[in-house]
Design a protein around this ligand. Structure first.
Ligand code: SF4
Ligand code: SF4
Length: 131
């Protein structure tokens, strides 16, 4: 894979699984459930808008865990990794370098605001019903 091609974290995981397919030809039936990438091996976010399990990891965090496994737990080795052709390379530090931090902060604030006003609305409905 050409690392210059920007792929989303899910697409990068999918690519990594396709690269791994020489060892594990049936990605859908991959039995390596301990592989951090396993939940996302089909390139889909299976937890999107669903209850998350206790051991939930986002796709980027799953990539980070995979990179740590790859480097025997050494975060400095992950940082120094020079395998730029690896599909996971851009995300190896557990962050998405293609997301503008200010933009994601704005999104977080907007979501929080929407959530708070929804809960305020719910509270005022309860107050009206109780009175
Ligand atoms: S989930 Fe892990 S072991 Fe399975 S195909 Fe993907 S990279 Fe390979
Ligand atoms: S990006 Fe580097 S550390 Fe991560 S899986 Fe690929 S080769 Fe290993």
């Amino acid at each position: 894979m050409d690392s210059a091609v920007k792929k989303s974290p899910l697409k990068a995981i999918r690519q990594k699984c396709l690269d791994c397919a020489e060892i594990q030809p049936h990605i859908r039936r991959c039995e390596f459930t301990t592989c951090p990438l396993h939940p996302y091996r089909m390139g889909k976010h299976i937890f999107y808008r669903k209850a998350k399990p206790d051991n939930y990891r986002s796709p980027v965090k799953a990539i980070r865990a995979e990179c740590l496994d790859c480097c025997h737990g050494s975060s400095s080795e992950v940082k120094r990794c020079q395998a730029e052709s690896c599909a996971l390379w851009h995300y190896r530090l557990g962050k998405n370098p293609f997301v503008d931090p200010e933009h994601s902060q704005r999104l977080r604030e907007r979501m929080l605001k929407a959530r708070n006003s929804a809960s305020d609305r719910e509270n005022s409905i309860h107050t009206v019903i109780e009175t």
